[in-house]
Design a binder for this molecule. Structure first.
Ligand SMILES: [Zn+2]
Length: 331
């Protein structure tokens, strides 16, 4: 609750990296004691640093494995690959079967995308023939001849491939790639803040875990929810609500722990593979946990069958991770 001239953002980074002079260190540490904001910054930074060094340790194992595999491979093969890089001719001479398989595959894609592109043609013939002048074929007649032939005769399509590169796929890409995934961690973190700000009311207030589960099934949550009993960890259920997380219906429930710590859980049908990059991965009991830090909050996501579980809190990150470890079930 103290007021001060400024915060110590840069000094905190230096403190975490151990780059401060003793005098400066004392000054920053004194400030940390009185300033919650800087203390939060310091904890987040040192947490990130610890995790990144852990991550580094984990990463070095696969790197070694890769080295061993490389060593096991024919050394000459390796050298030639490195010296010459990738050239098509080399492939044709050294690995003809692979090369032709690739060609065939590319031809298949070409043929497929050709048909996919044609679909709109059928719906609006005058328009599309104007738009695609490179396609000389009037829709119906030639189509009937080529359609059944092409997939059946791969030699034919393979031969035609090098002459014409990939205009059809190029034309198709932009529309297909536009759908971007929602940033779930950000949304889950916002829900947490909104709940704390009183903007997300609970629909049922109960300490009873079974009653909470019953509520969710009665409210039409289409999957079985598992409301954990966190009594052993001194977290008491406050209640929950049927909520919405992007397009998912989610079971949203809240616990209160020591010192009024609030823990929010959400369960929704979905895959952890929908989550964006930037997670720190941790594993426990064979379950993969995706840990995010968003604006001072820690979020842990994991998969239970077709359901993704997320717990969020502003408590000490490692404490939240351990809570998640304790309650996750391998389905
Ligand atoms: Zn400060």
């Amino acid at each position: 609750m103290t007021t001060h001239r400024r915060h110590f953002k840069e000094e905190i980074e230096e403190l975490v990296d151990n780059r401060l002079t003793p005098a400066a260190r004392v000054e920053v540490e004194n400030h940390l004691e009185s300033c919650e904001r800087c203390r939060g910054e310091f904890e987040a930074l040192s947490w990130a640093k610890r995790l990144s060094s852990k991550e580094h340790a984990v990463k070095s194992v696969p790197a070694k494995l890769e080295e061993n595999i490389l060593a096991a491979l024919d050394t000459e093969d390796r050298r030639s690959a490195r010296d010459a890089g990738f050239t098509w001719n080399r492939w044709l001479t050294q690995k003809p079967i692979l090369a032709y398989t690739l060609l065939l595959f590319a031809a298949l894609i070409l043929v497929l995308s050709y048909f996919i592109l044609r679909k709109p043609l059928g719906r609006a013939p005058e328009l599309s023939s104007r738009e695609l002048p490179t396609k000389p074929t009037p829709p119906s007649t030639l189509n009937r001849n080529t359609k059944p032939d092409l997939p059946a005769k791969p030699e034919l399509s393979a031969k035609t491939l090098p002459a014409k590169p990939t205009p059809p796929t190029k034309a198709k890409l932009p529309t297909k790639l536009k759908t971007s995934r929602p940033d779930l961690p950000r949304e889950v973190a916002r829900d947490y803040q909104n709940y704390k700000a009183g903007k997300i009311p609970l629909m049922l207030e109960t300490e009873n875990v079974k009653e909470m589960e019953k509520f969710f099934s009665e409210e039409g949550v289409p999957y079985r929810t598992r409301v954990f009993d966190l009594g052993m960890m001194s977290y008491r259920l406050l209640g929950g609500r049927v909520h919405k997380l992007t397009t998912h219906k989610s079971a949203f429930f809240v616990y209160r722990g020591k010192g009024d710590a609030i823990l929010v859980c959400q369960m929704y049908p979905g895959k952890v593979t929908e989550l964006p990059a930037g997670a720190v991965l941790r594993e426990n009991k064979g379950i993969q946990f995706y840990i995010y830090r968003v604006e001072g909050l820690t979020l842990a996501f994991w998969q239970e069958g077709a359901i993704t579980c997320a717990v969020t809190s502003d408590i000490e990150p490692e404490q939240l991770i351990q809570l998640a470890f304790a309650k996750a079930v391998n389905v």
